[in-house]
Design a protein around this ligand. Sequence first.
Ligand SMILES: [Zn+2]
Length: 323
Amino acid sequence: MPVELRKGSLHLTGTPLWFDAKRKSELSFVSHAHSDHIARHESVVATKATLTLMEHRLGRVKSALPVSYRHPFELGALNVELLPAGHVLGSAQIRITRSDGHRIVYTGDLNCEPSLTAEAHEVAECDTLVIESTFGHPRFKFPPKAQVWEQIESWVRRTLAAGVQPVIYGYALGKSQEIARFLHSQGFGICAHEKIHAMCALYSSLGVDVPTRLFDGAFRDNEVGLFPPFGRSQALKAIRPKATAVCTGWAIDADIARRYGADVAFALSDHADCDALIAYAKATGASEVLTHHGYARELAHALREAGVFARAVSQPLQLTLPL
Ligand SMILES: [Zn+2]
């Protein structure tokens, strides 16, 4: 197999290179700075934005190789290139061309819809595709993003008009910046939890302006609160009356609002849904697709139904023997 699972992380077979290794490794490609994709490695290959966001979370990276999109380079015997993944600022897919010409792509997390804060994804043509499957179950069909934005905006307007404080819960990196940028463009002020505020400042320093005010215990007129889904501030509890919304792809499932302690849930995702993952896999032209993370078996099954040779990384190859 071109890639293998070792200690729960993906590794490029026969090389020192890991993909988003969860534990310290000698050399890992880091696709983006979400906490389940980063660790204190000896050497890291990533985009400049990912390195900046990652260092904010983990401290200085010992040996970092900042790489621009679409600039192939040699890494030992491998030819390596990063392409945008559309997930959060700086997120990348990696394409490795082996000396025999075989091209392997690892997507990290992938989003194929236009984003207000992340670079638009590109189709990475390849022979073997290793694709994420967070929302790889066919039940995940996200509504058009424009429709979700309309729902969020209308909820904010209704809430403010009723004299109630709107507060939105979104992950500190990626989701929050997109929500903040959207609501700012609609004329609202954004007042954010310190973790989100710091990430917004980093985005702005990286060239994607996300204006927010740090929450100081009170909201001003026409402001929307922006807080992480968990570990929220004590001071927020004292704000009354307030209405709360969580923005997550998991909103497709029933009962999500309650599980996040919110009044409503909006299906705003920074991942591709099942159909988008299948369309992406087909567009790469890969003759072999390996699925990993999340609904890996379900996505592999859906891909096979769509005529693509696919299996989960953890799933052994099933050979059909002639009788
Ligand atoms: Zn992610």
